[in-house]
Write a protein that binds this ligand. Structure first.
Ligand code: ATP
Ligand code: MG
Length: 374
């Protein structure tokens, strides 16, 4: 209940005030001859207890107030109990009863609200942890994809390096001539420099994709997200003997998003298409990548002419761990979905058996993109 010796100084001061008020009301009620229901003032005590006591404590304070009211009546009016004083005592007890009922109701509502608030805070905490876990998982998957693409990546880096070496040798030869050709040597050095930039770009793209960081939202030209992804997969596409046809919206579509995460989605979709066409005898193998505008959304579509998707599987594709591949984890599409949903968009799959599969995701067009085109 209310212990004056325990709690913080503020609580202790409140307890002291509460018991002092109770005592003062009792003295006035017992010792003075006033023809008013002094004990009604115990309502004050109950209001004070409401802010400080537990529900149990509140009940006890109310009981003490009621007992003190009755005690004061018996001390002062024992000689003629059936008088106006009895009516005043009943009024006071009723007031104490009503005040207690209201205070208890108020206290319960407050406790419930507090409970809901802490539940909400807990839910928020769980959501934040889930969000972190999703980012971690997406990062792990990017590293796995990079592992799968290691041969292609090595080739991507090797190509410009080989070009740099041959340009440098050519420049050397032009300079070693009896009459050095400075113009040709200069052109060879410029080719070497441009290939060095290309190699640096490839390495930057790979480094960006493997970096682990929080989401970094910026205004993105969707076309550059797609072309950067295609550039990383270039060798993979060639080795799968797939012909790629691209068509991009004009003017460019701008969205607000994390470049690396959106690139991950495009890479996942294209990798799935390459894998699907690999086990299928469609010839020639074709991949269509499009971006277009649909009302206030920018859409990226990846369409292949692989085996397509079993109608019964369509509803399961985006579930974690759904896979039809021997070595698949079944996590790629579920990550794509969570990334797209975090960006406020949606992703879908369509397929006609033996005619291939089409995956598309849409994202809100950024306001920076200007007015909707007619
Ligand atoms: N383009 C496609 N054509 C046909 N089936 C597809 C295509 N893309 C996805 N699927 C089906 O969806 C399933 C789930 O794809 P998801 O990318 O989530 O996992 P996965 O590719 O099996 O494994 P991983 O986690 O390694 O990517 C695939 O196993 C496959 O059956
Ligand atoms: Mg996959």
């Amino acid at each position: 209940m209310l212990n004056v010796m325990s709690g913080s100084p503020r609580v202790r001061a409140k307890c002291l005030a509460l018991w002092a008020t109770t005592f003062a009301i009792f003295i006035v009620d017992t010792l003075t001859e006033l023809d008013i229901a002094v004990a009604v003032l115990y309502v004050l005590v109950i209001m004070m207890a409401m802010g400080t006591c537990s529900i149990r404590g509140l009940r006890r304070v109310a009981l003490i107030c009621a007992l003190l009211t009755a005690a004061a009546f018996f001390f002062s009016h024992l000689d003629h109990p059936f008088s106006a004083a009895l009516a005043r005592c009943v009024v006071s007890l009723t007031a104490i009863g009503i005040a207690t009922w209201l205070a208890l109701k108020n206290r319960r509502t407050r406790d419930e609200l507090q409970e809901q608030f802490s539940l909400l805070a807990h839910t928020h905490d769980v959501e934040a942890r889930l969000h972190r876990a999703q980012i971690e998982l997406a990062h792990i998957c990017r590293i796995t994809t990079m592992g799968e693409l290691s041969a292609s990546i090595a080739h991507e880096v090797n190509q410009p390096l080989a070009a740099i070496a041959s340009s440098a040798e050519a420049a050397q030869r032009w300079l070693d001539r009896p009459s050095p050709d400075l113009k040709e040597a200069g052109a060879a050095i410029a080719r070497a420099a441009s290939n060095a930039r290309r190699a640096a770009e490839v390495i930057k793209r790979i480094r960006d994709l493997t970096r682990k960081s929080d989401s970094l939202y910026e205004e993105l030209d969707l076309q550059s997200v797609v072309t950067d992804s295609l550039a990383l997969l270039d060798r993979e596409i060639q080795s799968h003997k797939v012909r790629v046809a691209c068509s991009f919206a004009s003017p460019s579509l701008w969205v607000s998003g994390d470049r690396i995460q959106l690139q991950q989605v495009v890479i996942n979709l294209i990798m799935n298409s390459l894998q699907a066409m690999n086990g299928h005898k469609s010839s020639p193998r074709e991949l269509h990548v499009r971006t277009y505008r649909q009302e206030s959304h920018a859409v990226v579509e990846v369409q292949d002419n692989g085996p397509g998707i079993d109608q019964h599987h369509l509803a399961l594709l985006f579930d974690a761990f759904f896979t039809t591949k021997e070595n698949g984890m079944g996590i790629g599409l579920s990550i794509c979905r969570s990334i797209i949903e975090l960006h406020g968009g949606c992703i879908r799959a369509d397929s006609q058996p033996n005619l291939g599969a089409t995956f598309s995701f849409s994202l809100p067009v950024s306001p920076a993109n200007g007015q909707p085109s007619n």
